[in-house]
Design a protein around this ligand. Sequence first.
Ligand code: T4K
Length: 395
Amino acid sequence: MIKPFDRPIHVSRPWLPPLEEFHRGLAEIWDRAILTNDGPVVQRFRKELAGYCETDNVCLFANGTLALQIALQGMGITGDVITTPYTFVATVHSLFWNKVRPVFVDIEPEHYTLDPEKVEAAITPWTSAILGVHVYGHPCRLPELEGVAQRHNLKLLYDAAHAFGVRVNGRPIGRFGDLSMFSFHATKLLHSAEGGMLTFRDRTLRRRFDYLKNFGFENEVEVVMAGTNAKMNELQALMGRLVLERMGEIVEKRSRIAEIYRRELMTVPGIRAAALPAPGIEYNHAYFPIEVHEKEFGASRDDLYNGLKEWNVFARRYFYPLVTDFACYRGIVREGELPVARGVASRIIALPIFSDLELDDVARICNIIRHIQERQRPLPLSRTARVSNIPVGIA
Ligand code: T4K
């Protein structure tokens, strides 16, 4: 009998620094009484991130969504942008807020990122950019997308909300394409409670982004563009700095969790994980999604999702429903389009993965999954026959 967990196990849980370390940083902030508006902690965090991401072109924000909205506006993206339906809804909302039309194309089935051939086929004279998503931290097909963007003279942007820490052939993921957006939300590897970052190729953009996130202020008496307020504050930056120091440990622990899931679950009929990262990719283990193939598994993805809750395990169906099925985007694509994304969304479930998750607990979650499978599987034909032979009334 597998006992339920005595506390909820969520899909994610932020790594928190020792409280004394946070207190020490807070004491300095208290002394200065500078809480926001590009204070010294934000500036230090920016410098450290520039080192980590190997580029000086780094800009920090209050959250990832605002960062992406400002990126699109600052780069002057208009018309149509080709993107994926298989993402968190904020990717598409950011286009909408810039009055840009999303053109959805299907994903590839190995890592669930944009299919470059389909991207190329969807280009029209109105296309201005491609917005790929490194979903779950798996890099998009970078050389292929780069090729498509170059051939058609399009901007290439990445929603890298999940991909902090990923490197491709030794190069940080934020150095591909024209621009990348990272989220530092509490559920992310590197978090600042809420927060976001842009890294970009054209260094002149930094000035525009800085204006746009600070009301367009040039100085006390001049406003040069219609900006908004999207600044990261000092408390966020303090948290971010302390988490950044521990990135190595955080990724290492997650990789051990992922290893157990793979070892324990890949032999379970009907369960499939995303393909392993291609050679040359240093992966961050941001998520551990599995696909549940109902026929072979003997139970549906939703049976598993609901079943896990009985054991106090709260996995999440990231990313279901598809963005294109939300009320505000319904009607953009026709039924039957995006078959790969639609199929994956119906089978996907993201299992708990976070630094404080004990390895024994990962094994326990795997046992629970196998148990749910056993419980849900229809009885083999011979047993069904036996049961149905029992006279009514006695059964
Ligand atoms: N692009 C992509 C591809 C994204 O995935 C996201 C965000 C964005 C853009 C936008 O970036 P931000 O503007 O958020 O920086 C969560 C996050 O809110 C969201 O940041 C994230 N993607 C998305 C995939 O997941 P929810 O609604 O599923 O989160 P929530 O609050 O249910 O949290 C999940 C679990 O994590 C909870 O059940 C418990 C645990 N948790 C959560 C929080 C907030 C904690 O243990 N502590 C916490 O403080 O959206």
